[in-house]
Ligand binder design. Structure first.
Ligand code: ATP
Ligand code: MG
Length: 732
C-alpha cells in the first residue's frame, strides 16, 4: 500500500484512527472486498471511513455510492457518522436499508413492472387480510389452512427471490392440497390490481426489473461505482441476487459481516452468502480484523467461549488491550417481577453516574418488555422501546393512515377495506363480500367495484346510500389532496368521516389515549411535504421516534440490538424455554439452537463495560405460573468471567411463619452469596420455598440450598438436610 497517499494529513485524518487491517479495507477501493470479523472489531467503522475516503479522494460523487445497512436505525447512525466526517455531501449518498433502496428504485421504474409510481407498500397485517379473502374466495377452509401459514410460505419464497414459476417442486408445501402456487400467483395479481407491493416485492420486483430490462440494469450498474453492505451475514437470497445484479457492473463492492452474528435465519437470511463471497466475486480480497475495541476482557472472553459451542462457524480469535473490568454478573430471582424490580433498581444505581442512553435491556421475546416498562413507569425513569410497540401499528393510527392511503392511491383496496365500515356506517360483511366478488370478477380495484356496485341491485338500499356518501367524501378529499397540507387534510378527513367522533363517544379507558395518538400523528405530519413521502416513511420506519434526543434507557429485543453498543447491558430471562426459545427449537432443532446461541453472543458483545444476565425461578406465562430452569447458555460461560449472585431480597419471610410448624427453628434466609463458580446444579429446578416430597419424610419446604444439599422443613419431621437427588419437586 502506498503509505504517502494514505497519510495525506488533514484531508485523510480519519485514517489515523484505524489499525493497519482496517486501513487496508478502507483504502482497497477497487475490486471486491470482504471484511469478515467478529463483534466490535470496527467493521461498521470501516464502512463509514471508506465512504469518506471515496469522497475525499474523488473516487466517487455522493450519488455514485450505494451503502446498505440492516435497519433504519443503523442507516441513521451511519448517516450521522458520515456527515460528521464529510458534512453535507452525505445527503446525496444512496444510504439505507435494502427495502428503502428497493422502494427508491421501484418508484422510478414502477411502470416497467406493472405498477404505478404511487404504489402502496403493505405490511404483514394487510398481507394476511388479503390472503384470508383469497383463501375464502377459493372455497378453501381457512380454519384448516390459515392465512398466516400461507403468508409464511409466500414470504419465504419471496425471501428466496422466487416468482411463482420459479419455485422448485420440492419446495411446494401441501398447503390446501398443493394449491399454494396458484394462491401465490393470484395474490401477486391481486396486489398489482390494487397497485400495491409487499415487503418481499420491494426486492423481488427490482430483481424482475433488472432481469427483464438490461438497459435499466446497466444504468444502475454504471451509476453505482461503489457499493457497501453492512451486516452481510444476514442478507437473504433475494437480497443477495439483488446485490449481485448491481455489483456486477463496477465490481467495487465491499461487504462486512460476522458469521457468528447471523440471527435472521428464521427470516430467510443465508449465512452461506458470506461464505461464498469469493465464489460470487472472484478475486475478492478477504480482510480479517481481530482487535476488539468495544468490550472489556471479561465480556469478550465470555462471549467468545459461549459461541465456541457452535459447530457451524469459521472460528476466530478476538483480543483487546483494555483493562480487565468487571466479570459478568449472573443473578437469580424468584419470579419475573422480582427480576424486573432488580434490573430497574440496578439501572437506577448505574444512572447516578452514567448517561441513561448508555444503558440497554435486551430481551428475547417482545412481550418481555412490558414488565420492565411497567417498572420504569412506576419509578419514573424515562425509557424508550426500540422497534417495540410501534406507534404506527396502533389501531387508531392504522385506521387514520388507511384513509390517507386511499386518498393517495384510490386503488388501494386493502386500505379501503379496512375503513369502509370504520366508524360503523352499515357496510357489513355482506356488502364487503359483494364488492369483493365484483372486483374479482371484473379484475378491478375494490373502490372501482364499490362505485359500480351502486349501479346494481346487489346491495341493500341503506348500504347503497351509505356507501355512496363515503365515496363522495373520498372524491372530495382526493380533490383536496394537492392543495391542502397533509396535516390539515388529515384533520378534515378524521372529522368528516366521523372517526374522531367515534373515539370521543367511546367510553373505554383507552379512548382518550387514542385521541392523543391521533393528535400526535397530526403533529408528525407537519414534517412531510406530501402524502407519498409520509406514507413511505410510515411503511419503512414504523417507529415512534419521539423525544429521540433526550436521555432514556433503551429496551429492545436482541434482534433489534444488532450493530449497536452500550456501556451497560442487561440480559434478563435467560431460562430454558424462553432463551433458548422453545418454539424455535421445536421448529428447527440444532440449527435453531445455534442461532439462539449467536443471539446470546450478539447480546453480550453489545456491552462496553458491564453485563448482567438474570433468570427467574418461576414466571407467569399465559396466565399460569411455570417453574423454570436457567438457560444452558449460562452453564456455557467460563467460571472465571462470571460472578453469581442470588437476588431474592423481597422474598416473603411470612411464608414460613404462616405455616406453624417447627417454630423453634432458626430460619436462615440469607442466601446471597458471591461466587465465581457456576450456578449450583441444584439451583436449576429447586429454589427456596419449593415444595418437595421425600419417600420417607413426606412433604416439606426448602429453606436453604447449599449446592446439592438442601435444608428442608418437613411437615411431620421438622428440619433435615437432604441431598437433592432424593427429593421430588411438587408443582401445586
Ligand atoms: P458489530 O459486529 O457489533 O456490528 P463492528 O465490527 O461493526 O461491530 P464498530 O461498531 O464499527 O464494530 O466498532 C466498535 C467500536 O469500536 C466503536 O465504538 C468504534 O468506534 C470502535 N473502534 C473501531 N475501530 C477502532 C479503532 N481503530 N480505534 C479506536 N476505536 C475503534
Ligand atoms: Mg457493525
Amino acid at each position: 500500500m502506498d503509505k504517502t497517499s494514505i497519510i495525506n494529513r488533514d484531508k485523510n485524518k480519519y485514517l489515523h484512527s484505524l489499525n493497519e487491517e482496517q486501513r487496508q479495507a478502507v483504502c482497497s477501493v477497487d475490486g471486491p472486498v470482504l471484511v469478515l470479523a467478529g463483534a466490535g472489531t470496527g467493521k461498521t467503522k470501516v464502512l463509514v471511513s471508506r465512504i469518506c475516503h471515496l469522497l475525499n479522494n474523488n473516487h466517487a460523487k455522493p450519488w455514485e455510492i450505494l451503502a446498505v445497512t440492516f435497519t433504519n436505525k443503523a442507516s441513521k447512525e451511519m448517516n450521522n457518522r458520515v456527515s460528521n466526517l464529510v458534512g453535507q455531501a452525505v445527503e446525496g449518498i444512496w444510504l439505507g436499508t435494502f427495502h428503502s433502496i428497493g422502494v427508491k428504485i421501484l418508484r422510478s421504474n414502477a411502470e416497467l413492472i406493472g405498477l404505478k409510481n404511487n404504489f402502496t407498500i403493505i405490511d404483514t397485517d394487510d398481507q394476511t387480510r388479503v390472503l384470508k379473502q383469497l383463501i375464502k374466495s377459493n372455497n378453501i377452509d381457512d380454519k384448516r389452512w390459515p392465512a398466516r401459514s400461507l403468508s409464511y410460505i409466500i414470504n419465504k419464497w419471496k425471501d428466496m427471490g422466487l416468482l411463482p414459476d420459479e419455485v422448485p417442486p420440492e419446495s411446494i408445501s401441501n398447503f390446501a392440497q398443493g394449491k399454494s402456487i396458484d394462491l401465490y400467483k393470484d395474490y401477486n395479481s391481486l396486489l398489482k390490481v390494487q397497485n400495491a407491493a409487499d415487503f418481499g416485492d420491494l426486492i423481488l420486483h427490482c430483481i424482475s426489473l433488472f432481469k427483464n430490462n438490461p438497459d435499466v440494469l446497466r444504468d444502475y450498474q454504471k451509476k453505482f461505482k461503489y457499493i457497501l453492505v453492512d451486516e452481510y451475514q444476514d442478507t437473504n437470497q433475494a437480497q443477495h441476487k439483488w446485490l449481485k445484479f448491481l455489483a456486477m457492473g463496477s465490481k467495487n463492492v465491499c461487504c462486512v459481516g460476522d458469521d457468528d452474528q447471523s440471527i435472521y435465519g428464521w427470516r430467510g437470511a443465508e449465512v452461506g452468502n458470506i461464505l461464498s463471497f469469493e465464489r460470487d466475486f472472484p478475486g475478492a480480497k478477504i480482510i480479517r480484523l481481530e482487535k476488539n475495541y468495544r468490550s472489556q476482557p471479561h465480556i469478550l472472553k465470555a462471549a467468545s467461549e459461549l459461541i465456541k459451542n457452535n459447530k457451524g462457524r469459521l472460528g476466530k480469535t478476538l483480543w483487546t488491550d483494555q483493562e480487565n473490568g468487571d466479570p459478568i454478573i449472573i443473578s437469580s430471582h424468584l419470579d419475573g417481577s422480582e427480576e424486573a424490580r432488580s434490573v430497574v433498581e440496578n439501572c437506577e444505581i448505574i444512572s447516578k453516574n452514567n448517561n441513561l442512553n448508555e444503558i440497554a435491556i435486551l430481551v428475547r421475546a417482545g412481550y418481555q418488555t412490558r414488565e420492565f416498562e411497567d417498572r420504569f413507569l412506576t419509578v419514573n425513569i424515562p425509557y424508550r422501546v426500540i422497534g417495540g410497540p410501534r406507534f404506527y401499528e396502533r389501531r387508531e393510527i392504522r385506521d387514520a393512515i388507511a384513509y390517507l392511503r386511499v386518498i393517495s392511491q384510490p386503488n388501494d383496496g386493502i386500505a379501503f377495506e379496512r375503513i369502509i365500515n370504520v366508524p360503523k356506517r352499515g357496510l357489513g360483511q355482506t356488502t364487503i363480500k359483494s364488492i369483493y366478488e365484483l372486483s374479482k370478477k371484473n379484475n378491478e380495484s375494490l373502490i372501482t367495484s364499490a362505485q359500480n356496485i351502486l349501479l346494481t341491485e346487489m346491495i341493500r338500499p341503506q348500504a347503497k346510500s351509505s356507501l355512496g356518501k363515503l365515496l363522495e367524501n373520498f372524491n372530495r378529499w382526493i380533490s383536496l389532496r394537492d392543495q391542502t397540507n397533509v396535516r390539515e387534510l388529515l384533520e378534515i378527513v378524521l372529522d368528516e368521516s366521523g372517526y374522531t367522533d367515534m373515539w370521543q363517544k367511546d367510553k373505554s379507558i383507552e379512548a382518550p389515549g387514542r385521541l392523543d395518538n391521533l393528535m400526535e400523528l397530526a403533529d408528525t405530519l407537519e414534517n412531510f411535504e406530501n402524502l407519498t413521502d409520509f406514507l413511505d416513511h410510515v411503511s419503512l420506519v414504523m417507529e415512534n421516534e419521539k423525544n429521540e434526543s433526550s436521555q432514556m434507557i433503551n429496551i429492545m429485543t436482541l434482534h433489534a440490538a444488532k450493530g449497536l453498543e452500550f456501556d451497560h447491558i442487561f440480559l434478563p430471562g435467560w431460562e430454558e424455554g424462553l432463551f433458548p426459545n422453545q418454539r424455535s427449537l421445536d421448529e428447527n432443532g440444532t440449527l435453531a439452537l445455534e442461532e439462539e446461541r449467536r443471539l446470546g453472543h450478539v447480546g453480550i458483545t453489545r456491552a462496553r463495560r458491564t453485563v448482567r444476565i438474570s433468570f427467574a425461578h418461576s414466571r407467569r406465562s399465559f396466565g399460569e405460573w411455570q417453574n423454570s430452569i436457567p438457560s444452558r447458555f449460562i452453564d456455557e460461560l467460563p467460571d472465571e468471567n462470571i460472578s453469581f449472585i442470588e437476588d431474592n431480597k423481597n422474598f416473603d419471610n411470612n411464608f414460613f411463619q404462616d405455616n406453624d410448624f417447627n417454630q423453634d427453628i432458626n430460619f436462615d434466609f440469607d442466601q446471597s452469596y458471591q461466587s465465581t463458580k457456576k450456578i449450583p446444579h441444584i439451583m436449576k429446578n429447586i429454589f427456596i420455598g419449593s415444595k418437595i416430597n421425600h419417600d420417607k419424610y413426606g412433604i416439606g419446604y426448602v429453606i436453604k440450598i447449599n449446592y446439592e444439599k438442601l435444608d428442608i422443613i418437613f411437615e411431620d419431621h421438622g428440619k433435615k438436610t437432604i441431598i437433592s437427588d432424593y427429593v421430588e419437586i411438587i408443582n401445586d
